[in-house]
Design a protein around this ligand. Structure first.
Ligand code: SAH
Ligand code: SF4
Ligand code: F3S
Length: 447
């Protein structure tokens, strides 16, 4: 008889890709997915600890499973990901209904841990892998019918931004050999994938610790050569490691999407320094300028933290003026959240929560006005859209423009996997509506 698993994923794209590996491993072991945890023999949460809110969500969800375990003692409950990495054994002690805890480098050990849990062997595995054992960090993944896929090119982060838990829970930077990356991309292209997003915490420093390895810009050139791949993206970039070679790629590589997510975090030099970001406001603005010169169509998005310890009104306003200068197409903004174990955890937070929230709201209002202005420019334009699949609305397809905006439009499914021209007719908060011109010729090499 088949066994069933229920998996819930929190956090960033890294965790989404890790969950794909979890699904592959469980299916190879005879488990099948179910939508309802009530019907599962195995419940797994892949967790995120980047901010307090994310972590609380995990504990909230775990609490939901406690009564299930009381009713069905054979049910196995496991916690993986960044909270698991940070808490390890403590999670087993705090939550007696949890059977297994697997850290960010221990996903490959899941089958063996599940077998252990069936024998009532409760365990937490959180040791980090190293260069020699790194193959386990970059597993081969199963086939699916997707048009777009993420490809992990590196794991970990060495930057230690003072507020950030990621280096503590993901370990040191380890790059995947470029030959393996290119093999995976070629295989994906053969299976119908048309867009790849190269993924890592800081892809710009790809290969830096590996003597003889390609640089990130060189890797992009190689991926660009792969037949069948029509569009390339990458995330995340650290501004300090954005090289001239990489900036030039935006002008040189037609398949490279003209969108870059370039987290700035704040606009004040004093705060940037306390954040240990390794660049100044001017350096950031200079790189943005050069990106726009290399590729006038480029649109930037960013992450910003509001209310870093000690942030003054004036420093906050410098973030607003930077936003006005750059005109990001979108900004993901976050209230600063103290993370135990990070350098900034020792800094005193003097700003009352309402003041922090008030700054956050001002930032949001400004960004909404900028974003609306930028996305409205698309209305009336005919843009190349890579068609990814059917929308929830019957008879409609969806795809993305080069700027990573989702567009819904009426068309039949024969267009899935092609880049087609779509005329944008309306721009909403998170997506756009479009229509096909009278006759559709596929568009190629348009990025
Ligand atoms: N490696 C990526 C992603 C890091 S986490 C990068 O460097 O951009 C994603 C975002 O979460 C960060 O860019 C930052 O804006 C935000 N973040 C990280 N730690 C935070 C904290 N302690 N409080 C608030 N926001 C945080
Ligand atoms: Fe965190 Fe900074 Fe590394 Fe990004 S670059 S993961 S913000 S430490
Ligand atoms: Fe969260 Fe871990 Fe990603 S902390 S943001 S899931 S690397």
């Amino acid at each position: 008889m088949s066994k069933f698993f229920y998996l819930e994923t929190f956090g960033c794209q890294m965790n989404v890709v890790d969950s794909e590996q979890i699904v592959d491993l469980l299916q190879a072991g005879g488990y099948r997915p179910v939508e309802d945890p009530e019907n599962a023999d195995l419940i797994l949460l892949n967790t995120c600890s980047v901010r307090d809110k994310a972590e609380r969500k995990v504990y909230g969800h775990l609490g939901r499973f406690k009564p299930l375990k009381q009713r069905r003692p054979d049910l196995i409950i496991g916690v993986g990901g960044c909270v698991a990495q940070q808490e390890g054994e403590r999670l087993l002690q705090k939550l007696p209904f949890v059977d297994l805890v697997f850290g960010t480098h221990n996903i490959h050990r899941l089958p063996e841990m599940v077998a252990g849990a069936q024998r009532r062997d409760r365990r937490a595995e959180t040791q980090f892998l190293d260069r020699e054992t790194r193959k386990n960090l970059f597993p081969e993944r199963s086939t699916d019918g997707n048009i777009t896929r993420f490809v992990t090119i590196m794991q970990g982060c060495d930057n230690f931004c003072s507020y950030c838990i990621v280096p503590h829970v993901r370990g040191r930077e380890i790059s995947r050999p470029s030959a393996d990356i290119l093999d995976e991309v070629r295989e994906m292209a053969d299976r119908g994938v048309r867009e790849v997003t190269l993924l890592g915490q800081n892809v710009n420093s790809y290969g830096a610790n590996e003597p003889g390895e390609l640089s990130f810009a060189q890797l992009l050139h190689e991926v660009h050569e792969v037949e069948g791949i029509e569009r390339i993206r990458f995330t995340t970039s650290h501004p300090k490691d954005l090289s001239d070679d990489l900036i030039r790629c935006f002008g040189e590589l037609p398949k490279l999407a003209t969108h870059l997510h370039l987290p700035v975090q704040c606009g004040s030099d004093a705060v940037l320094e306390k954040m240990n970001r390794g660049y100044t406001r001017e350096e950031y603005l200079d790189k943005v300028q050069r990106l726009k010169e290399a590729c006038p169509d480029i649109r930037l998005t960013s992450d910003i933290i509001v209310g870093f310890p000690g942030e003054t009104e004036e420093q906050f306003e410098q973030t607003l003026t930077l936003m006005e200068k750059v005109r990001f197409a979108d900004v993901f903004s976050f209230l600063y959240s103290r993370r135990e174990g990070t350098a900034a955890a020792d800094l005193e937070e003097s700003l009352p929560p309402q003041r922090k929230q008030e700054r956050f709201d001002r930032l949001l209002t400004l960004q909404q006005a900028i974003s609306t202005g930028i996305w409205q420019q698309d209305v009336g334009q005919t843009l190349p859209v890579l068609v990814e699949g059917e929308s929830r609305q019957k008879g409609e397809l969806f795809g993305r423009t080069t700027w990573n905006r989702i567009v819904h439009f009426e068309a039949d499914s024969s267009l899935i996997g092609r880049i087609v021209p779509v005329r944008v007719i309306a721009s909403m908060k998170n997506s756009q509506r479009g229509e096909l011109p009278a006759s559709v010729e596929p568009m190629r090499r348009t990025g």
